[in-house]
Design a protein around this ligand. Structure first.
Ligand SMILES: Nc1nc2c(ncn2[C@@H]2O[C@H](COP(=O)(O)OP(=O)(O)O[C@H]3O[C@H](CO)[C@@H](O)[C@H](O)[C@@H]3O)[C@@H](O)[C@H]2O)c(=O)[nH]1
Length: 412
């Protein structure tokens, strides 16, 4: 039986800017932001825990060591068959620099194949299908690919592949003009021989520095440009195309559609995780997750696509749909929350309305021509919305108290 390892690329604090205002809560780095009741990377671990022969998962990033301690302790109890550790880069080393830096650690125990997963994605993780595909092709790397709308394709790594064999002929990272609607999902399966290719890529970089007096050498290595592109040129890169769900979690607002995707997946795989309709309980529409310590008044109507975090309190007659309610938030009687994220410890008064606009493609722009683009409404930590106030399409920074209604604004 093959021995597998997995790496989750968790990045670091400076990368969280697009995740504002939620990234302003320094205790909860983006990879640990809860979607469908669990931290984003918990879903990665759950998928990896189903791979026979997978012994270890290494989180690689440049956050402080302590940030993942509690998560790793909890995950170790939940997934006892896998050893989970955090390896910290001394600075941002790029998407492959950490893999190269920790190559001995990764190869310890002699794994034959290694999964590498970007942290900031929501996916059905068809890892077993990728393994099967990888073992029947002669590539060094199988990349998970999916088709996206033509207009957004150039925000991703784009692939042109031979239709009959799925061998990747061209790999271009975020091209300036359209080359393909088949994109990289940021999920890879590598043979261990990839470390020789990394060594070559590092050597190429050193040679360039030697020839160019204005360039300084560093330990940065980009998985996409420095490794995947040459792999495609040498016919060692293949793509396994999935039609199942995949979505990037870049902006804070994109956590809401990611939440919906995982909740819908629970319906198929783990319906017991979803809130059930009880005779004396609240009205439930579609998929809803509620933490066991949260309280929902029986006269409330919740769903679809709602996650309610620990110790949240949802009052009488409240209506919530397509939203994430974070820990300790309180929604008072008769308020309505739609397409929104309600931050930790936030309080919404009675008869208030907090509402956003659903996002279709992965929307990265927050303002255009100085005007806030309609999107998910996000209240950061400890925001107070007074009774009868309407907040629509707004981003609200931590500790604000909103006493008047606001539309299409960033409230600092
Ligand atoms: N350890 C570590 N991780 C990093 C670093 N820089 C980024 N990451 C992590 O690497 C992943 C990719 O992040 P980005 O570099 O921001 O790339 P991207 O814009 O998300 O694009 C990547 O993902 C797309 C799919 O979501 C791909 O389509 C694209 O080709 C590329 O791989 C994220 O999980 C991020 O946390 C680093 O220096 N060190």
């Amino acid at each position: 039986m093959n021995v597998y390892k997995a790496i989750i690329l968790v990045g670091g604090p400076s990368r969280g800017t697009r995740f504002r205002p939620l990234s302003l809560n320094l205790n909860v780095p983006k990879p640990l932001f809860p979607v469908a009741g669990h931290p984003i990377i918990w879903h990665h671990l759950e998928a990896l825990s189903k791979i026979e022969g997978l012994k270890e998962v290494l989180l690689i990033g440049f956050f402080e060591d302590s940030i993942f301690h509690r998560f790793i302790d909890d995950a170790a109890r939940e997934f006892p068959k896998i050893n989970i550790r955090y390896l910290r880069e001394y600075q941002s080393l790029g998407t492959a620099g950490g893999l190269y830096h920790f190559r001995d650690e990764i190869q310890r125990g002699d794994p034959q194949q290694i999964f590498v997963l970007n942290a900031d994605v929501a996916c059905s993780f068809p890892l077993k299908e990728m393994m099967k595909f990888h073992n029947t092709h002669r590539g060094l790397c199988t990349i998970l690919g999916t088709k996206v709308a033509r207009e957004v394709a150039n925000k991703y790594g784009c692939l042109v592949a031979k239709p009959e064999s799925n061998e990747v002929l061209h790999y271009v990272e975020k091209p300036e003009s359209f080359i393909s609607d088949l994109i990289s999902c940021g999920i890879y399966l590598f043979d261990c021989a990839i470390f020789n290719e990394m060594k070559k890529a590092m050597q190429n970089k050193k040679n360039q520095v030697d020839q160019d007096q204005f360039m300084d050498h560093d330990d940065q290595l980009r998985l996409e440009q420095d490794l995947l592109r040459p792999l495609a040129e040498s016919m060692k890169l293949f793509v396994y195309v999935t039609n199942d769900f995949w979505r990037q979690i870049k902006t804070a607002g994109s956590a809401v559609p990611a939440n919906a995707l995982y909740l819908e997946q629970y319906l198929e795989t783990n319906p017991e995780r979803l809130l059930k309709k009880e005779p004396d309980g609240p009205t439930i529409v579609g998929c809803v997750y509620k933490h066991p310590t949260a309280f929902v008044d029986p006269s409330a109507k919740i769903g679809p696509n709602v996650s309610i975090g620990p110790r949240a309190v949802i009052g009488k007659g409240v209506r919530i749909k397509d939203s994430i309610i974070l820990d300790n938030a309180e929604i008072k009687a008769n308020s309505c929350i739609i397409n929104s994220i309600i931050g930790w410890d936030s309080k919404i008064g009675t008869w208030a309305r907090v509402e956003g606009t659903s996002i279709t493609n992965d929307q990265i722009v927050i303002t255009q021509n100085g005007v806030k683009v309609p999107s998910i409404t996000i209240l950061a930590k400890e925001v107070i919305v007074r009774d009868e106030i309407i907040i629509r399409n707004c981003i609200v920074l931590p500790h604000k108290e909103l006493k008047t209604s606001c539309h299409n604004e960033i409230l600092m």
